[in-house]
Design a protein around this ligand. Structure first.
Ligand SMILES: [Zn+2]
Length: 413
């Protein structure tokens, strides 16, 4: 290629340079140095909703390339994504035994995917498993449970989920449960109830990460006071940039850093951009309202709910009915979080297949752009590696160690 570029007439080179200047942010090329670093790093994404497709679409094959959605093995490999927490998510209005049944079905889908595709996926429950998967060129499949209502107020169920490999639990989803307040519901418990505190202590004992994404601010502070191990926000962005109650304030970010935890940045357009959030709430109500309406339209098929919501948002962006949100907004949130909490406490929690991705982050194959953008901002290789996955692996190890050290001390209930 060197000879050809030497022959390139000056005028063509100038034209090329001007096209590059005019490029929209979605087209930014990834430098070879960024690609190398990205491939060397263990890249971990702590929140992904592809599990809904695996449950509701019996023909969905995660090892085949798809035109829709954000995640499958070919696109994960292209994007250098080494480990993924599949979300075990059941909507907040499904409660009691039906929520428990659906949780077990979702867990089964993930475990079966790993069993059926042993050359591509490795079911992982520890940081060491994630590292082993990366060494074997497999993708580590992990599980996180999104919504404490799935334990049906029963610590025995929590233990069963842990035994099946669930390694974090987001204490609430959109609505309060019987023991914790959600950020998108009216306060009912003033944070965590005493059962809620027992849940946190039992998770510490079991080596399950406590996830404070979605919870009310008071619940967050109660968790910080109760937990004996570092906690995570599996998919939360920065509130001072996009004023959604589901995002984290700078104070919360500082407290999370002091706790030794990590905040994983969510890519959902309405959590990234204040302009988009305001416009979309005006157009179709809050995230909670619009998702409930779409779920109804989809007849409770939650794979349809998120795919359709994203399609409608993207059409509205294309028509100019909603402001365009570009992928570099993700980098702005990472950068703010790093400035406030430090590079040891920030990571990636995309919400792939569960949210509206910004333009330019259409699927997992686009992830190296984040590495490239962080290097261009002057981040060190070491800091980028931590953000890409090192930080969440450190927290997993710390939670595993805390469980081993304090095993059996928490009161059984
Ligand atoms: Zn969520």
């Amino acid at each position: 290629m060197r000879a050809a570029s030497a022959l390139l007439p000056a005028i063509a080179a100038a034209a090329l340079a001007s096209t590059m200047l005019a490029q929209a942010p979605q087209d930014q090329a990834v430098s070879p140095r960024a690609r190398q670093l990205h491939d060397r790093a263990i890249v971990v994404d702590s929140h992904d909703d592809t599990t809904q497709r695996m449950l509701f679409d019996k023909t969905f094959d995660i090892t085949a390339r798809h035109k829709d959605g954000h995640i499958d093995v070919p696109r994960m490999r292209e994007g250098g994504l080494d480990a993924l927490f599949f979300s075990i998510w059941v909507p907040s209005d499904v409660t009691g035994p039906p929520a428990v049944k659906r949780a077990f079905d979702l867990i089964d889908r993930v475990r079966e995917a790993a069993r059926l595709h042993p050359n591509d996926l490795l079911l992982a429950t520890t940081a060491a498993d994630v590292r082993r998967a990366a060494a074997e060129h497999k993708i580590a499949a992990l599980m996180g449970m999104e919504g404490g209502h799935m334990i049906d107020d029963d610590l025995g169920l929590l233990r069963s989920y842990a035994a099946l490999g669930v390694r974090y639990m987001t204490l609430t989803h959109f609505k309060n449960n019987n023991w914790a307040d959600s950020s998108t519901d009216k306060a009912a418990h003033n944070g965590l109830t005493s059962l809620g505190k027992d849940v946190v202590r039992e998770m510490n004992r079991l080596g399950m990460m406590v996830d404070i994404s979605h919870v009310a601010d008071k619940t967050f502070w109660d968790v910080i006071e109760t937990t004996k191990a570092p906690v995570i926000a599996s998919h939360s962005s920065v509130r001072s940039i996009a004023n959604h109650p589901r995002n984290m304030t700078d104070d919360m970010m500082r407290a999370l850093a002091k706790n030794g935890g990590v905040m994983m940045i969510n890519y959902h357009a309405a959590f990234l951009s204040e302009e988009f959030r305001v416009a979309s709430e005006k157009k179709s109500g809050t995230v909670v309202e619009s998702m409930a309406a779409m779920s109804k339209k989809c007849g409770g098929n939650e794979a349809c709910t998120t795919l359709e919501s994203e399609r409608i948002d993207h059409e509205a962006m294309a028509r100019g009915e909603l402001p365009k949100v570009y992928w570099d907004k993700i980098v702005e949130h990472i950068d703010h979080a790093v400035k406030v909490a430090g590079a040891d406490h920030v990571g990636l929690g995309s919400d792939f297949d569960g949210a509206t991705m910004p333009i330019g982050m259409e699927d997992a194959s686009k992830l190296p752009k984040i590495t490239d953008a962080l290097l261009k901002k002057g981040y060190s290789d070491a800091d980028v590696e931590k953000i890409l996955g090192g930080n969440i692996l450190r927290v997993m190890e710390a939670v595993e160690r805390a469980a081993a050290a304090g095993g059996g001390r928490s009161s059984a209930r």
